[in-house]
Design a binder for this molecule. Structure first.
Ligand code: ZN
Length: 223
C-alpha cells in the first residue's frame, strides 16, 4: 500500500522548496502537478495534446484533464511507495476525485500538510524579489541582495526589475485568491482530521524537519 501526502501553501511560503526537500529526504515521489502537465504536453501524450489547446489560448487546463493526467501518472513506474502531491487537489471536486481514486485501491491520503505564514511575511518575502532581465538570476532585497551598484552578480548587466506579480498590491490579491480557493479544502480535510498546520515562517531546516516528522508519523508503521 502506498502512502499519499498532500501539501498546501500560499505563494511565497516556500512550498515548492519544502516539497522537494521532503521528497529527497524521505525517498518520496514528488508529484508536482505543474511539471506533470508540462511533461504530458512535451511528450505529445494524448492528454497533453488536449491540454495544449487550452494553454495556447491562455486558458487554464480544465480540471477533468488535470485529474486524468494525475491518475494516469500515478499508475506509472515513476511512482514509488510514498507520494507527495504538490499542486493537487486545488478544489473540493479534485479532493473528492483523488479520494475516490485512492479508495478504489484501498488507499487514502494519510496527511495533508498546510504550510502557513502571515500576510505581512508573505508580502515582504515576495515584494523583495528582483529578477535580472538579461540572465534570469533571482535576488531578494533582504535575503539575497544584488551587488550594491544595482548590477547583476551573474552577468554584470544593469537590468534588475520587479515582476508585476510581486508588487505588494498584486501579492495581496494573489494571497486573497489563494485563501478563497484553499479555505474550503482546509475545512474539508480538517473535518476528516488529516490536516497538520506547519508554521512556514521559520528557517528552511526547521520547517523541513517538522514536515519530515509529520510525514513519517502518519505513514504505515512498517518498522
Ligand atoms: Zn543577470
Amino acid at each position: 500500500m502506498r502512502q499519499f501526502v498532500a501539501i498546501f501553501g500560499p505563494p511565497g511560503v516556500g512550498k515548492g522548496t519544502q516539497a522537494k526537500i521532503a521528497a529527497e529526504k524521505l525517498g518520496m515521489t514528488h508529484v508536482d502537478m505543474g511539471n506533470i502537465i508540462r511533461g504530458y504536453m512535451r511528450d505529445n501524450h494524448a492528454l497533453g495534446v488536449k491540454a495544449r489547446e487550452f494553454v495556447s489560448h491562455g486558458r487554464l487546463v480544465p480540471s477533468e484533464i488535470v485529474e486524468e493526467m494525475l491518475f494516469d501518472y500515478l499508475e506509472t513506474d515513476y511512482v514509488i511507495s510514498r507520494v507527495l502531491l504538490d499542486g493537487f487537489p486545488r478544489s473540493l471536486v479534485q479532493a473528492q476525485s483523488i479520494e475516490k481514486y485512492l479508495d478504489g485501491r484501498g488507499e487514502a491520503l494519510s496527511v495533508v500538510i498546510n504550510l502557513t505564514a502571515s500576510v505581512e511575511t508573505l508580502v515582504s518575502r515576495l515584494s523583495g524579489r528582483r529578477l535580472c532581465r538579461a540572465c534570469g538570476a533571482v535576488y531578494h532585497m533582504e535575503f539575497n541582495r544584488p551587488p550594491e551598484d544595482g548590477s547583476c552578480a551573474s552577468c554584470g548587466k544593469f537590468e534588475l526589475y520587479q515582476r508585476d506579480d510581486d508588487k505588494p498590491d498584486t501579492v495581496r490579491t494573489r494571497l486573497e485568491t489563494y485563501n478563497s480557493e484553499t479555505a474550503p479544502l482546509i475545512d474539508y480535510f480538517g473535518g476528516q482530521g488529516v490536516i497538520r498546520d506547519v508554521d512556514g515562517q521559520r528557517d528552511i531546516d526547521t520547517v523541513s524537519a517538522d514536515i519530515a516528522r509529520i510525514i513519517q508519523e502518519s505513514g504505515p508503521k512498517d518498522a
